[in-house]
Design a protein around this ligand. Structure first.
Ligand code: NAD
Length: 452
């Protein structure tokens, strides 16, 4: 170990816990443990692996409130949101607990015999995760990876490692040692070591596009399999024929959820000109009513940002003189507070429109017609998610097909479900998590020919 890591509570700036900080040697040890556990885990009968995963679900359910409080304090998210996220983490493992018995292959008629395909596990999989939805995102990867028969090394973000460490202890108790290994340390040391390690077969990464790019480049050295869930700058498109009140009432939660630190944040709100005033008026009422406060308060709807660095980055998008239409409230320090903020009018080339802010700042941009809405929505390097609000079914489908993004909602801002695939187009990444598609990302297809 290379010293300790002080884990900070973002709502108070106080040290929540000091934990050992891992270095390259601990990553090597974790990979060795995962490698040693792999043959046994892989060889379990599918029903037995499923049973083990169901036992892990039961252990997580018993720890649901403990994990929620830990996540809420460490990530600064409202306790109600933290409970929902831990619930999703549990639901994800439960969903994939059914997978070991449903990893099906094909039988393919060929000349001279019969061909079969098998889905084989890859071996040791490295999981590198961000600080915004710590345990939920780890479980999106953990569920399919373990179900397919891989063992894993999880490297959580240094800012929010506590639920991962607790989860690792639960997994050790329930599954046995070596199957889930957690190393907490700096990305440039521990993350990089995992990416370069010859005994790691695949890296599943969620984080910034910048780090994702460097991981893809480094992984090329060992032809490591990689899936990347990266940044976003998602559109929320409101047509004049929509239920404008409903669209405006739910728009804040499409961008200020998790204090805007959400890869799916619909931070570019495109509103058709004729309904702009009605939309802005309802949006202002909603934004001003957001309860920003202490994460453990049951009434709180938005907490602080994750760190002083994040506060300074987000603040840079709203300099003096920025076109602030209105904003909500935020407590005074200590804590990394930033009020929900709506910018309008904003030029399409403004930094606040082009770059991922990862904070509670939304830009509202008027548009004239459907073609312009599609053009503006696609004018970004990202393609993760988005929403389309209209009562015209034909338009809803036309625009949904035209917007370049992996996850779209019609008349809703929902992005993620355990049972449906999730992932990005363009520089938002590649590969899909969740749903049945995620199993493709943690298995190799093997073809076997049987001569008859
Ligand atoms: P980040 O890229 O800074 O870090 C993510 C993880 O990578 C951390 O664990 C970090 O320690 C590690 N890391 C850093 N440098 C590394 C390196 N050189 N090699 C290997 N690992 C390294 O991201 P963040 O600030 O923790 O999270 C915010 C970003 O994550 C945002 O851009 C957001 O959009 C993105 N995100 C995407 C999704 C998605 O599903 N698409 C979900 C959540 C967050």
């Amino acid at each position: 170990m290379t010293g300790t890591l002080a884990v900070i509570e973002p709502a108070t700036e106080a040290v929540l816990e000091e934990i050992p900080r891992a270095g390259a040697a601990e990553v090597d040890a974790a990979v060795a443990a995962a490698r040693a556990a792999y043959p046994g885990w892989r060889a379990l009968a599918p029903g037995d692996r499923a049973e083990k995963l169901r036992a892990l679900v039961a252990a997580m359910e018993a720890a649901h409130e403990e994990l929620s409080v830990l996540e809420s304090r460490n990530a600064g998210k409202p306790i109600s949101s933290a409970r929902g996220e831990i619930g999703m983490a549990i639901a994800t493992i439960r969903y994939y607990a059914g997978a070991p018995e449903r990893l099906l292959g094909d039988t393919i008629p060929v000349a001279g015999g019969q061909a079969f395909t098998f889905r084989e596990p890859m071996g040791v999989v490295g999981l590198i995760t961000p600080w915004n939805f710590p345990l939920a995102i780890a479980c999106w990867k953990m569920g399919p990876a373990l179900a397919a028969g891989n063992t894993v090394v999880l490297k959580p973000a240094e800012l929010t490692p506590l639920t991962a460490v607790r989860f690792g202890a639960l997994a050790d108790e329930v599954l046995g040692g070596g199957i889930v290994n957690v190393v907490v340390g700096p990305g440039r040391v521990c993350g990089q070591r995992l990416v370069e390690h010859a005994d790691v077969a695949k890296i599943a990464f969620t984080g910034s596009t910048e780090v994702g790019r460097s991981i893809a480049a480094a992984a090329a050295q060992t032809i490591k399999r990689v899936t990347l869930e990266l940044g976003g700058k998602s559109p929320n498109i409101v047509f004049e024929d929509a239920d404008v009140e409903l669209a405006a009432a739910s728009a804040p939660w499409a961008v200020f959820d998790n204090a805007g630190q959400d890869c799916c944040a619909r931070s570019r709100i495109f509103v058709q000109e004729r309904v702009l005033d009605a939309f802005m008026s309802r949006l202002e009422t909603e934004v001003k009513a957001i309860r920003v406060g202490q994460p453990l308060d049951e009434q709180t709807e938005m907490g602080p940002l994750i760190s002083a660095d994040q506060l300074s980055t987000v603040s840079s998008f709203v300099p003096d003189g920025a076109p602030v239409a209105f904003r909500g409230s935020a407590p005074d320090g200590p804590g990394y507070w930033f009020p929900p903020t709506v910018l309008c009018p904003v030029a399409p080339d403004d930094r606040a429109v082009r770059e991922e802010i990862f904070g509670p700042v939304a830009a509202v941009i008027p548009f004239k017609d459907e073609d312009e809405a599609i053009r503006l929505a696609n004018d970004t390097i990202y393609g993760l998610s988005g929403s389309i609000w209209t009562r015209d079914g034909g338009r809803a489908l036309r625009v949904a097909r035209a917007v370049e993004a992996g996850n779209l909602s019609l008349n809703s801002n929902s992005s993620v479900r355990v049972t449906t695939p999730f992932g990005g187009f363009k520089q938002s990444g590649y590969g899909r998590e969740l749903g049945p598609h995620a199993l493709d990302a943690y298995t190799e297809v093997k073809t076997v020919f049987y001569a008859t």
